[in-house]
Ligand binder design. Structure first.
Ligand code: G16
Length: 543
């Protein structure tokens, strides 16, 4: 048998974050590093002998090389079949769909999401389970524990496969099936949305601008928006996936999707703008002179999802991560459906979706999705917006104004302090923790504190508990600030400060967001001593 068992040494820093393992590319390229993590993953899920796995990634630098290693290791570990996206490409939601559609045992998705790609940028690998969703905390812990003790890995001694040819081949006894990465996903979208209505919208001159940011959604958006729905060629920009995303930062927010923002603000803008991230699970929505915050987008989509055929019978419930604004809660209340507030990380929605208790889920970090897959889904959000625009005949700004008139406006912003010293970041969180007990009733920068705590979550379906999921302070006037350290950074620590305030006076719906939040921002500075502890006098990114 041409299988090799290589001795190896454990690496003690293979601790998965919110979404698998993310590291600088050179770290992943160290001898045996990727192999260690793949073997730890296989072992952590109880082995892969006889199993079917989906494999694909966002096309970033090292994607193709890593896939060849994963395939050889899957063969050596006895997997029955690997289904691989052509060219090694699969968006995260498309991979989730394939796992479910093909009844696979799970999938390996290669991506560092919205982080930049390239030889000196970021790389990542995550495992999704048989339901198509990110591995649970329990599985993630097993993988990590295994990575600490592993002393060998198995790999087939065989040549690279040609990933560009569709069809089936044999890799040392394991079947490798190369499939078109787009077809099954596009078919699923056709089943959920009113493609005729969207096609008629485009035929009537409605202009769309979708920025794929040289990341994985380019081929998906071209097929769906331009070919199947008839948007004019060129409606998809930066549609060719590149290993370094064209030198850009494939994070769909107003800072990193600057060109799209410039196109959408001013005169003669397209009617609808959108962008997606590295692996296609995040989205940004922007109307003419009207950026829609992810929290508002979640609330509006949940409110109007019934206008799309896939959701015509209504929704069972809404789930949002704790730092996401409470706008979706107001919708759930009005509809009389359950709302779930979970820790950050899509994996926490999995049990609720599987149990049929939530239909629509979303996060402030530009992720929205539904029970159609078990991942957030950028193009899904874009198509649901288009379906709603077609069904109502209204513009994006008009829909937002209607929404706020009905529910009030949850002014919302996130301030990120990136790559700060890790000890300083943990010190800041400890400093906050130390104050929690005495904060209620006190004033911070003129705002009275109503309550303060560290968020913990008990999963209502499987009973598991997650602790230390962010520090939140509620103010008596309805405002709120949340402090949390990112789980997806690859350098130092990133402090996220989430700011929110509900405005119910329609005369005050047109304020500048930062102005509207100024009192909450001042309170956050005071209680956390951000400037002093982070050494930064302003956030690196404001969204
Ligand atoms: C990942 C998770 C998301 C989560 C985000 C949080 O997103 O999949 O569910 O909201 O991380 O990031 P952070 O911990 O940095 O705040 P992605 O798109 O990076 O996979």
């Amino acid at each position: 048998m041409p299988f090799l068992t290589h001795p190896t040494t454990p690496f003690d820093d293979q601790k998965p974050g919110t979404s698998g393992l993310r590291k600088k590319t050179p770290v992943f390229m160290q001898p045996r590093y990727l192999e260690n993590y793949v073997q730890a993953t296989f072992d952590g899920i109880g082995g892969v002998a006889g199993k079917v796995l989906i494999v694909g990634g966002d096309g970033r630098f090292f994607n193709d090389t890593a896939i060849q290693v994963i395939l050889r290791m899957a063969a050596a570990n006895g997997a029955a079949r690997c289904i691989v996206g052509q060219g090694g490409i699969l968006s995260t939601p498309a991979a989730s769909n394939l796992i479910r559609k093909r009844g696979a045992d799970g999938g390996l998705i290669l991506s560092a999401s919205h982080n930049p790609g390239g030889p000196n940028a970021d790389f990542g690998l995550k495992f999704n389970g048989a339901n198509g969703g990110p591995a649970s905390e329990a599985v993630t812990s097993k993988i990590h524990a295994r990575s600490l003790e592993i002393d060998s890995y198995k790999i087939a001694d065989s040549a690279d496969l040609d990933l560009s040819q569709l069809g089936e081949s044999d890799l040392d006894g394991m079947a490798v099936e190369i499939v078109d990465p787009v077809t099954d996903y596009a078919t699923l979208m056709e089943a959920l949305f009113d493609f005729d209505a969207i096609r008629a919208l485009f035929a009537g001159g409605f202009r769309v601008s979708f920025d794929a940011m040289h990341a994985v959604t380019g081929p998906y958006a071209r097929e769906i928006l331009e070919r199947r729905l008839g948007a004019p060629e060129g409606s998809v920009q930066n549609g060719v996936p590149l290993p370094d995303f064209g030198g850009g930062h494939p994070d769909p927010n107003p800072i990193w999707a600057k060109d799209l923002m410039a196109r959408m603000y001013g005169d003669d803008t397209p009617d609808f703008g959108a962008a997606s991230d590295g692996d296609g699970d995040r989205n940004m929505i922007v109307g003419p002179n009207c950026y829609v915050s992810p929290s508002d987008s979640l609330a509006l989509l949940a409110d109007l999802a019934h206008l799309a055929p896939g959701y015509k019978d209504g929704i069972a419930g809404i789930a949002r991560s704790m730092p996401t604004s409470a706008a979706a809660d107001l919708v759930a209340k009005a509809k009389g459906v359950e709302v779930f507030v979970t820790p950050t990380g899509w994996k926490f929605f999995g049990t609720l979706l599987d149990a049929g208790r939530a239909t629509i889920c979303g996060e402030e970090s530009a992720g929205t999705g539904s029970n159609h897959v078990r991942e957030k889904d950028g193009l899904w959000a874009v198509l649901l917006w288009l379906n709603i625009l077609a069904a109502t005949g209204k513009s994006v700004p008009a829909l937002m104004q209607d929404h706020w008139a009905k529910y009030g406006r949850n002014y919302y912003s996130r301030h990120d302090y990136e790559a700060i010293d890790s000890d300083a970041a943990h010190g800041l969180m400890d400093h906050l923790r130390g104050q929690l007990d005495g904060l209620a009733g006190q004033e911070l920068a003129g705002l009275q504190v109503a309550s303060a705590d560290e968020f913990a979550y008990d999963d209502p379906v499987d009973g598991s508990r997650a602790t230390a999921q962010g520090i939140r302070i509620h103010f008596a006037d309805g405002g709120r600030v949340v402090f949390r350290l990112s789980g997806t950074g690859t350098q130092g620590a990133t402090l996220r400060v989430y700011l929110e305030r509900l405005e119910t006076d329609p005369a005050r719906f047109d304020q500048d967001v930062q102005q509207a939040l100024a009192p909450v921002i001042a309170a956050a500075q005071e209680v956390a001593q951000i400037a002093q502890r982070s050494g930064r006098d302003a956030p690196d990114v404001i969204t």
